[in-house]
Design a protein around this ligand. Structure first.
Ligand SMILES: O=C(O)CCC(=O)C1=CC=C[C@@H](O)C1C(=O)O
Ligand SMILES: [Mg+2]
Length: 368
């Protein structure tokens, strides 16, 4: 394929309910959506999962726009690309900025699968026909309210509940939830809110039979996580610390985690995500697909990735209606009894809804 045109759109979609983590509260989801067209007129869409503020990591919507406009798009336009795996080499000279790279890479995968008549799951080698779905629930104002929100998610059929924790909102809330939901698969995500000085908190969390504790320590650390993992029973899951296959390899070799949360955007794209999946499978490390409150485009990519065999734990791939009044794809992503059916038709399995995209667009620019 030869890329002839790329449009960047900045979208703003209101979240149905605010989402609070240890680092802040999201009221809406602002992100960049890429529309990439090749010389035959095939169109692919990609989504950047960078937020509007550098809370989760250092990338933002504006830094992504800058990196795309000034560095990545010039490398892509009019260049011949046979397979999306080639982008890693093409982008090698640009350090990090994984979310910006991933946005283009997703769109190139979309074009590639249409031109080779495959579904995304099929192109990746995914065999699962349906995937198990978990839900990530934000911090609530009171323990009673948190129990209420969890109760609804359990009744909705989600297969695993992820709770956000932070210092002062950890042991007591998890104890209350475990008493109320003794058998529900549950986990906690700290988004790097603790240090090794808090080891006692994690030893106490060990009592609650959690599936894992996600990213307890610093967002760039794999050393202290290895120290902590030796002192607690609950497996540590790394999220923020893993940006690449190399990071995953080092973390696994050091014993920094027992589980990895794979987010396509955080690791620079679908190809790198698959490499990490394959390595973890070989090493006996289970993985699951994380979420970044994606719109339907990113969500469709996550669903296809999750169809790979070592995604053995439910992912943060809740249905469209959990997040938004209206998603930007048709049909929307639907969860039934805790499962999403993996689309088998050619392409990502969902059509971009141009009317909805236009409605949510606050700025756009086309590059030729
Ligand atoms: O998309 C989802 O439903 C997952 C939401 C979620 O848990 C997260 C979204 C955004 C930033 C983080 O707080 C985070 C995570 O760390 O996994
Ligand atoms: Mg996380």
């Amino acid at each position: 394929m030869k890329i002839k045109e790329i449009t960047i759109r900045h979208l703003k979609m209101e979240l149905k309910t605010p989402f609070s983590t240890s680092f802040g509260t999201f009221l809406d989801k602002e992100f960049l959506l890429l529309e990439v067209t090749d010389e035959q007129g095939t169109i692919g869409f990609g989504e950047s999962v960078a937020f509007d503020a550098p809370w989760y990591n250092e990338e933002t919507l504006k830094t992504n726009w800058h990196i795309l406009e000034d560095f990545l798009i010039p490398l892509i336009l009019n260049n011949k690309i046979e397979h999306p795996d080639e982008l890693e080499q093409l982008f090698k000279g640009i350090r990090k900025n994984y979310m910006a790279k991933s946005a283009i890479e997703g769109a190139i995968w979309d074009i590639y699968i249409q031109q080779t008549n495959q579904s995304l799951a099929q192109a990746l080698g995914g065999k699962k026909e349906k995937i198990e779905v978990g839900i990530s629930l934000g911090i609530q104002e009171t323990i009673e309210k948190q129990i209420e929100v969890v109760d609804k998610a359990v009744k909705d059929g989600y297969k695993r509940i992820k709770l956000k924790i932070k210092p002062g909102w950890d042991i007591e809330v998890m104890r209350a939830l475990r008493e109320r939901f003794p058998d529900m698969p549950m986990m906690a995500d700290a988004n790097s809110a603790y240090t090794l000085e808090d080891v006692d908190v994690f030893k106490q969390l060990d009592e609650f039979n959690l599936m894992m504790i996600e990213q307890p320590l610093a967002s760039d650390d794999i050393i202290d996580h290895a120290v902590l993992q030796k002192q607690i029973k609950t497996p540590i899951c790394l999220d923020e610390s893993i940006h690449s296959f190399e990071d995953a390899r080092k973390a696994v070799e050091l014993g920094s985690c027992g589980v990895i949360n794979i987010k396509i955007g955080r690791v620079g794209g679908i190809s790198e995500a698959k490499k990490i999946h394959d390595y973890c499978e070989e090493k006996g490390i289970p993985v699951w697909c994380g979420g970044m409150l994606e719109s339907g485009i990113g969500r469709a990519h996550n669903i296809a990735l999750t169809s790979l065999s070592n995604f053995v734990m439910p992912g943060d791939t809740a249905g469209s209606s959990h997040y938004f009044e209206q998603d930007i794809i048709t049909p929307e992503v639907v969860v039934e009894d805790g499962y999403i059916t993996v689309p088998q038709e050619v392409g990502i399995g969902f059509k971009p809804n141009l009317e909805a995209i236009t409605k949510y667009t606050v700025a756009s620019k086309t590059y030729k």
